[in-house]
Design a protein around this ligand. Structure first.
Ligand code: PLP
Length: 363
């Protein structure tokens, strides 16, 4: 059987009956838009993050776009983002009408603090802090550097990650999540959410999510239709019950890999002290990356790369590159995402380890 770097289908099959049951519950509801399941999910998020406000939206990209808009960021203002991230981080900035300032990362794969300090100027209105692969950015130091500049946490890849038990998403003014099927908390379709402790930002998000409406359904500001689907909300309500267990399973598999690879020429993006990496992706760094990938594929193991092309290497973002990209360029050339997800069987983990051991014996 092939082993993939992620496998939402197999994760969903483990709880298929329960998923079918919650979908049936939605069918029996009186109404289908922003109803019980959304309310329940928003309450689940509030409880999980110990935060005042949570809003379900249509995707992680929309979460970022709406978060930027809710902060009242003016057209053409600058928003600093790391180059090593999903394309969505950059797309959301452009969609919101702001100008991305794309800078390098550091050994963690996250925002480079030294470059960040140099790039902040009068036009900088926000910094999007991505916690890449589930690995925490140095958010405490970034907060100090940022001063009064808004911090938006992009937690699409870091649901449940934390530093000294404080969860990613609770450091900045506002945080965004994606529930894309492969995410640690994933739907069976698109979904996203925004969390904040600020009531006026929350009111603005609620309005932006639905046509810019106020309570009387009068559109006061240009808004969107970015509602979280009730069926996705129902599935997420079910899955959020298992998120800590699932994350712990990810961590256990990661530890097993790290132990097995300890004498091999493999290294990893740096992890901050006291932080909990939830391994949305298990990323290794190796020389001759493509050779190892080909060997894995020959053995029916299908890894991936996150990311092969950083934003500054994509035609639509090239012009926003505002630093040298030393670390990102190195990482994009030597990273591989190995198979890791809850439910990855012990034998499958063993096969991944054996094949990699064999490869390094021959090379
Ligand atoms: C870091 C990051 N930001 C934003 C997004 C966008 O999320 P979505 O695909 O739900 O729009 C993703 C998902 O790929 C992501 O990984």
């Amino acid at each position: 059987m092939p082993i993939f770097f992620a496998n939402p289908r197999s994760q969903n099959l483990r709880i298929k009956k329960k998923i079918m049951n919650v979908i049936s519950e939605v069918i029996l509801q009186k109404n289908y838009i922003l109803e019980n399941q959304n309310k329940k999910f928003e309450n689940n998020l509030k409880r999980y993050f110990k935060i005042k406000y949570a809003v379900g939206v249509n995707s992680g990209t929309d979460a970022l776009k709406i978060a930027i808009k809710s902060l009242g960021i003016k057209k053409n203002s600058e928003i600093i983002i790391p180059t090593l991230t999903a394309t969505a981080t950059g797309s959301a900035v452009l969609e919101a009408g702001a100008k991305p300032v794309i800078i390098d990362v550091d050994e963690t794969g996250n925002l480079n603090l030294e470059i960040l300090k140099k790039k902040i100027n009068k036009k900088t209105q926000a910094i999007i802090v991505v916690h890449l692969h589930g690995n925490l950015a140095n958010i405490k130091k970034i907060k100090k550097i940022a001063g009064n500049i808004h911090i938006i946490e992009d937690c699409a890849q870091s649901f449940g990650s934390s530093i000294k038990n404080k969860k990613a998403g609770t450091f900045g003014k506002i945080a965004c999540f994606s529930f894309y099927p492969t995410k640690n908390l994933g739907g069976i379709g698109d979904g996203g959410a925004i969390i904040t402790n600020n009531s006026s930002i929350y009111k603005k998000i609620i309005s932006l999510r639905q046509y810019g409406w106020d309570k009387k359904r009068i559109s006061k500001i240009p808004g969107y239709n970015s509602r979280l689907d009730e069926i996705q909300a129902a599935i997420l309500n079910l899955k959020i019950k298992y998120i800590d267990k699932d994350n712990n399973e990810r961590i256990k598999i990661a530890k097993r890999y790290i132990e097995a690879f300890k004498d091999m020429p493999i290294s990893y993006p740096k992890i901050l002290n006291d932080s909990k990496h939830t391994y949305h992706l298990f990323v290794i760094k190796v020389k001759n990356r493509d050779k190892l990938i080909n060997y894995l594929i020959l053995n029916k193991i299908y890894p991936s790369i996150h990311y092969k092309y950083a934003l500054h290497n994509m035609p639509s973002f090239k012009k926003y590159k505002k630093s040298n990209m030393f670390h990102a360029d190195k990482l994009t050339q030597n990273m591989i995402s190995l198979p890791l997800y809850p439910g990855l069987k012990y034998n499958e983990q063993k096969k991944v380890i054996k094949v990699i051991q064999k490869y390094f014996k021959q090379n």
